[in-house]
Design a protein around this ligand. Structure first.
Ligand code: GRF
Length: 239
């Protein structure tokens, strides 16, 4: 709803000979950002995950607090029984299993194209990987260029690939952490957007370190996702 307010003159409106100051307020408009600031569309995120979905929960809870700033539009998984799909249901967010095809480390091209279609039908602006265990290929990279984010449980470029927390414990480092980065055609190689550091304790096991890294992830990811989306203008959704 657009509201036009006519208020008593200010010094500035008097200088321009306006008898009133005119204030435009945008109120309760779905898709609008903060009242009185602008009428930018709310960024819509599509989340892809293969596991329990604790990072998705952190995102959904953060966005629920201010639904005018960001919205998870759809959750997709390559694992039919993944906890992330149940969680999406609990949050009332549309969710779908997409059968991955017969490759182990990536989706088949057809399956990835099916994901692209679902994301576009949900009018998604950004894709957020939250424990998605397959390498992203061209269909998604082309459909969302520079707009796919991932969180990785190490201080990249250290410990790329699987179970980075275990790699950190085995390497005997004293500091681990997590990294939010853009996704490119490599594995954990895209531009780094932000990191959180987590000290490694002398008595840490792979599991105890992973648990503390996840606490850091749940704070870092929603913050970085919001900041990134704010910094990029969203074009008209014309897919
Ligand atoms: C996280 O540790 C994340 O860094 C990695 O996969 C894990 C997903 O955990 N990419 P969850 O499903 O979000 O709990």
């Amino acid at each position: 709803m657009l509201i036009l307010l006519m208020l008593p003159p200010t010094k500035r409106s008097q200088r321009t000979n306006f008898p009133f100051q005119i204030v435009l307020e945008v109120m309760n408009t779905p898709g609008a950002s903060k009242p009185g600031v602008s009428c930018m569309p709310v960024p819509r995120f599509g989340v892809l995950g293969s596991g329990k979905g604790s990072n998705f929960r952190a995102l959904a809870e953060a966005f629920k607090e201010d639904s005018r700033e960001s919205e998870v539009a759809i959750v997709l998984s390559d694992v039919e029984e993944a906890g992330i799909l149940d969680l999406a249901g609990e949050f009332g967010i549309p969710h779908r299993f997409v059968a991955p095809g017969h490759f182990r480390t990536r989706m088949s091209p057809e399956a990835e194209e099916a994901m692209v279609r679902l994301l576009q039908e949900a009018r998604v602006d950004f894709v957020v990987l939250a424990g998605f265990m397959r390498v992203i290929k061209e269909p998604l990279l082309k459909a969302f260029p520079g707009r796919i984010l991932n969180i990785h449980p190490s201080l990249l470029p250290a410990f790329r690939g699987l179970e980075a927390w275990r790699q950190a414990v085995e390497a005997g480092v004293t500091e681990a952490g997590c990294t939010v980065h853009l996704v490119d055609a490599g594995v954990d190689t895209g531009r780094i957007l932000g990191q959180s550091r987590v000290p490694v304790r002398t008595d840490d096991t792979a599991d105890s370190l992973h648990a503390r890294i996840q606490v850091a992830e749940h704070e870092l990811y929603p913050r970085m996702v919001r900041e990134f989306a704010r910094g990029i203008s969203i074009g008209p959704r014309d897919f």
